[in-house]
Every structure is written in structure tokens, then in C-alpha cells.
Ligand binder design. Sequence first.
Ligand SMILES: C[S@@+](CC[C@H](N)C(=O)[O-])C[C@H]1O[C@@H](n2cnc3c(N)ncnc32)[C@H](O)[C@@H]1O
Ligand code: SF4
Length: 464
Amino acid sequence: MTNVLNLQRSRNSHDQADDQLFALLPRYEGRAPRYTSYPTAVQFTPDVGAATYAQWLAEIPADEPLSIYIHVPFCARLCWYCGCNTRVVNSRETIGGYVDLLSKELDLVAGRLGDSHPVSHVHFGGGTPNMLSPDHLDALFGALRDRFEFRHDAEIASELDPAQLTSEWAQAASRNGLNRASLGIQDLSPQVQAAVNRHEPFEIVQRASGYLREAGIEALNFDLMYGLPRQSVDDVLTTLDQVLTLRPQRVALFGYAHVPWMKSHQKLLPEAELPGPAERLHQSLAAAERLQDEGYVPVGFDHFALPNDPLASGKVRRNFQGYTTDGAWTLLGLGASAIGRLPQGYVQNQTGELAWRQAIAKGELATVRGVPLTDDDRFRREIIEQLMCELTVDLADLCARHGRDFSDLAPALDQLAEPLRDGVAELTGARLTITDLGRPYLRTVCAAFDAYLDPAATRHSASV
Ligand SMILES: C[S@@+](CC[C@H](N)C(=O)[O-])C[C@H]1O[C@@H](n2cnc3c(N)ncnc32)[C@H](O)[C@@H]1O
Ligand code: SF4
């Protein structure tokens, strides 16, 4: 009964705050980066290649904790909304060859690092990491543990496609230390699934969650999406009705990023049936309200966590997967297209899987682009990261810590004059805070501190 009441309220009500929020939409719905890094990937250039990466690795101080990201660019199916770097591959040999090369890449990277780097976090992303067989998992974890010492409290997480998950995979992953899993769900409505070529009843999600929990992997994250073709507020809420019965620890609520100029298969979607900005905002607000009614705490602009989850109760950082509690400053990226973050800057591997294979097979690092960090980048990155994670930043404190004059921020504050007038953000002394009203427009506020952003020259996905 409670659910029904909640649904009625979320689906139909419009209070004054909503009216204010919708009135702001035309001014703030623009396109802005997701700020999973700063500078963003648009600023990466071929000036940073394998030689620079090798030098940066060698300079990392001993004992510096490491985080590792491993990209698995294989899927059993192609979902037409997908923005990830992946392709449909079902051959065990092709995947096995890739796993062998990942071990080789680990050697190439570890050989350039000094000894004794504890690993605090490992993340398998994709694509679909559960396309690896249990044998592949054993081999890959063996290679990782041969070269690095995992901290006893290391978080070892993987993205998963629930439709491909087997009980054997969950058992093998757990045996190897996996302790967090993110399940792609998106939307369970049949007409949305038909529009995006992803057919998956709730029972599949239920079964996958059961396999993971039976294997002892209790920390489950669910990925949901809004803004998909044919999707309505009702569909978003009905999906939540179903999946929240499984009580995941975290929910990521991603706004569909429509970037057909980068992902040509997105042209297969019925573009005319994509919801517009106002409908997208309705969907995200209704979902956020529903999640909070169910006890989830909002984190940043698109994540929600149960109060006892570290994401809700600890220090949050921004990374390429969204939000994390991972405190390591150094992230090693392995596999095709993987991005690494080092104290000196960002590096990215060959995006194409075949080009990545060729480089690693020849015994070379596969880095093809990146960006070194300037002091100004570090300063702006910290402002943007604090805003993205905590929705508030003490600008005077940041200026003092980075040896900057407050007047250096004058151009950014000029740009923020209108958001401040509109109540999207508040400036109290030197503390800038995103208001509840401004939360959906967080990326647009962060963009004021981005020294590189040229809205006319770059194309990003919709910011709401
Ligand atoms: C790399 S995918 C891995 C999930 C797994 N392969 C699956 O589909 O179940 C991680 C998540 O990214 C999100 N995602 C993929 N394409 C997206 C897009 N174009 N816009 C926003 N989110 C997207 C989806 O929520 C997806 O579950
Ligand atoms: S959403 Fe997941 S399964 Fe679908 S194509 Fe993307 S990575 Fe593959």
C-alpha cells in the first residue's frame, strides 16, 4: 500500500519547488561533461604515449597504494543505447587470448613500478566481465596476486550482465575475492526493452542476485537508466518497484547519454521516441524521490546508497565508473581503451581491441594518448571533484592550499552570477554550495570552473 501511495505522489504531483525546477530547465539543460576526470578525455592528446607512461610509472613513490581497472570489451549481445567500448564476442578462444595478454600487460606495467605497492581496489568493467570463464578468472586473479599484494580490506568489484551470469561464475569470482558486483538492469518495461534490443525480465535480475548472494557477494549495485526511448515516469517507477524488493546496497541512476556521432549503433534506436529534457527531468526526480522514500541516501548527482554503505557514510571520490570510496591516487588502467590516472596525469590505452593486442603482444605499453596535469589543472580538478561529490566547496581553503589568489576565480564566479541569482547555487563567504534545486544542474555549475570547455567546439551528452 505504501508503494502505491508513493507512486501516486511521484507520478502526478507538482509542487512549487517542482515548478521552479522546471522553469530553470531551458537555461541549464545544456550539454556538459560528466567530469569523471579533469581535464576530460577531450583534452587527451597523442603527446602522451608509451614512453611518457613508462617514465611516470617509474616515478611513482614506493608504497603508494594502487587501484586497478581492467577493461573487458566483450558482450554476448549489443544493447543499442550502449556507450561503452565493447563488441559482441562469444568465442572462448578470443576471450582467452585477451586474458593472456592482460597478464602480459600486467608484467609490462608492474616491471616499471617499484616493489611494494599495496592494491586497495580492483574494478572489472566492460563490456561484460562475466564473459570470462571461471578458468579465465582464476588465471587473471593469479596473475594479479603474483604481481601485487592486495590489502586485506581491498574492494574487488565487477560489472555484470545478469542475463549471462551463472552460479559457477559467481562462485569462482567469490573464491578469488570479488566482494562487490554491479548488475546492469536499465529498465524492465517490455516496450523499452524492445526499443533498445535488451530483453530481460525481472526474474533474470532476481536469479543473478541470488547467485551472487549465495556465493557470499552481498554488496550489490544496480544500474538503472532514464531517458531511454519509449520510457515514461511510470516505467522508471515500475522498474524500481520490482528491483528494490531485492534491496541492493547502491543504485546508479544514469541519464541515457545519446552520442550517435561516437556510437553509431545508437542510430538504431527510435530517436523520435526519446524523451525530451522535461520528461527526462521528471523521470530522474521521480526516481530520486522514490529511492529516498525507500531509505537510500543520494550521492553526487546520480548515485544512491543505503545508509550503512561506505558510499553514503564515507569519503566519496569521482572516478571513471562514477562515484567510489577508493582513496588511491594512482589508478592503473589495463585492457583496450582503459584510462589510467597517475600523479603526473592521465593516460589511455589503444581504444581498438586489435591495436591494443598488437602492442601488448610486441611487448610494448599500449598507451596512445593522455594529458599531463598542470598546477592549474590540479586546482580546478579539486574544485570540480568536491562539487561533484559533496556539492559544496570552500573556495578560499582551496586557493590557500594551491597557492592561488581568490581573484583567479573571478571569471568562474562571473559565469556563476546567473545560477546564484536563480538559486541553483549559493555563495556564503567563500563557500559555494549546490542547492537542492540545483542538484540536477550540478554538471553545468562545475563547467564554470573548466578552463578548457568550449561549448561550441565540443559535443557532450545532455546534462540533465
Ligand atoms: C559497461 S555497462 C556494464 C553492464 C553490463 N554489460 C550489462 O549491460 O548488464 C555499465 C552500465 O553503463 C550504463 N550505460 C551504458 N551505456 C550508457 C549510455 N549510453 N548512457 C548512460 N549509461 C549507459 C548502463 O547502466 C550499464 O549497466
Ligand atoms: S549495456 Fe552491457 S551488455 Fe549491453 S552492450 Fe553495453 S556493455 Fe554490453
